[in-house]
Design a protein around this ligand. Structure first.
Ligand SMILES: [Zn+2]
Length: 83
């Protein structure tokens, strides 16, 4: 699948020149899975509550494949932590 980003870049999870594919999942679902004691790594991976997210390499927008829809996020402001 391909998506044309708002900036014109063509996103495609098989083209790492234009796209950074990410994987996200809710912490709570992940901890529930760990507590269910999967017996093997394969079982753990198969049951991971993951959703893909793509980052545009040109403008940094994030495309989150939420259940049944595609959410788009754009950075509003960079916040630097001067510790
Ligand atoms: Zn973009």
């Amino acid at each position: 699948m391909k998506i044309v980003c708002e900036c014109g870049n063509i996103l495609d999870d098989e083209n790492l020149e234009t796209t950074i594919p990410l994987t996200v999942f809710p912490d709570n679902d992940y901890y529930d899975l760990l507590e269910s004691n999967p017996k093997t790594v394969e079982e753990l991976v198969d049951r991971m509550p993951v959703a893909p997210m793509w980052e545009c390499k040109v403008c940094g927008r994030l495309y989150y494949f939420n259940t049944g829809k595609l959410d788009v996020y754009k950075l509003e402001k960079e916040i630097f932590d001067d510790e």
